[in-house]
Design a binder for this molecule. Structure first.
Ligand SMILES: [Zn+2]
Length: 76
């Protein structure tokens, strides 16, 4: 039986919001909400941020490795 510790960990990389270009939660509060259109989503598309409020997303490579690892985990 595989243990969870065998799963590859996600590597987070800094990203900008594709909508407003904000790099941090603080920037998004100005940019996204200042430009807010009631027809649009008011919040940044980036859901994750680190302890400093910088937006981060898993790198494509680490996400692919994680998914592959998780798939093999489920098969066992
Ligand atoms: Zn945004």
């Amino acid at each position: 039986m595989a243990s969870r510790t065998e799963l590859p960990s996600l590597v987070m990389a800094p990203v900008d919001c594709p909508l407003c270009g904000a790099k941090t939660v603080a920037q998004a509060q100005k940019k996204c909400r200042a430009n807010q259109d009631t027809e649009l989503r008011p919040d940044c598309m980036i859901a994750r941020h680190d302890e400093d409020g910088n937006f981060v997303m898993p790198t494509p490579e680490s996400y692919a490795a994680f998914e592959a690892g998780f798939a093999s985990f489920l098969r066992e």
